[in-house]
Design a protein around this ligand. Structure first.
Ligand SMILES: C[S@@+](CC[C@H](N)C(=O)[O-])C[C@H]1O[C@@H](n2cnc3c(N)ncnc32)[C@H](O)[C@@H]1O
Length: 225
């Protein structure tokens, strides 16, 4: 595929790049193996942010009963047919299915725990609280909310002379990501801000929805209250 640098940040282009290279960026397999040891196979799972379906396909391969959501049609378009068939195109805040799931999982699907902090794509605390409430609402009484401890590569060779790199910097409640596409001397950069919280802050704002456990190496686990 051609990653000409005219506008590599178009949603369409990002989805295409993600569908081809996300396996170099995320350690899906490692996260999946840890998930497998934590979550019984007969669990009903809702995955937030299925994207191009890389993590979902792993869940399906061993027989989990999965439903998914994603707010990006461009990403969903690139998922496998079976992932598309079980996925709804919507933001978590617009999703409606009370008390149906044993597990809600986000594998870098808008929520991640990275470098000691919980990170969300939502840009304000009100929406984060609504999201926590929503997840609480779709889970059964003893349900769990799993969020990956996402580490990723900071530089990826996209294979056509283009290098994609990511830098992160924390400023108070924000984490600023700087994404760069570089082809020879040409460089295009874009910044994105995420909200971040220390574990104690996450716990404080999760009450009365979840008690968080941070002990697992690859996942943080919110036990539904
Ligand atoms: C980095 S991709 C990860 C995709 C996939 N889970 C994986 O592991 O490869 C993040 C995806 O989450 C979706 N997303 C982020 N926040 C979301 C939300 N609040 N509701 C639905 N989808 C969301 C984005 O549209 C994007 O497709």
């Amino acid at each position: 595929m051609n990653t000409q640098l005219d506008n590599p940040f178009r949603e369409e282009q990002i989805a295409e790049i993600y569908s081809r290279h996300s396996h170099k960026y995320h350690a899906h397999q490692r996260a999946f193996e840890a998930f497998r040891t934590l979550i019984p196979l007969d669990s009903r799972v809702l995955e937030i942010g299925v994207g191009t379906g890389a993590f979902t396909d792993l869940l399906l391969s061993v027989g989990y009963d999965v439903k998914g959501i994603d707010r990006s049609e461009k990403m969903l378009k690139r998922a496998s047919e079976r992932v598309r068939a079980l996925s709804e195109h919507c933001d978590l805040l617009d999703h409606d299915s009370s008390g149906k799931y044993d597990v809600v999982v986000s594998h870098s699907g808008g929520f991640t725990f990275k470098r000691g902090k919980f990170e969300t794509y939502y840009q304000d605390e009100d929406n984060l609280e609504k999201a926590l409430q929503k997840v609480h609402n779709v889970l059964v009484d003893e349900g769990r909310f799993l969020v990956d401890k996402g580490e990723h590569e900071s530089e990826i060779d996209l294979g056509d002379g283009t290098i994609f790199s990511v830098e992160q910097e924390d400023r108070e409640k924000s984490r600023i990501y700087t994404y760069t596409f570089k082809q020879g001397d040409r460089e295009i950069t874009k910044q994105q801000r995420r909200l971040v919280f220390f574990p104690e802050e996450l716990q404080r704002m999760s009450s009365p929805y979840f008690n968080w456990n941070f002990a697992n190496k690859l996942w943080i686990i919110g036990e539904r209250i």
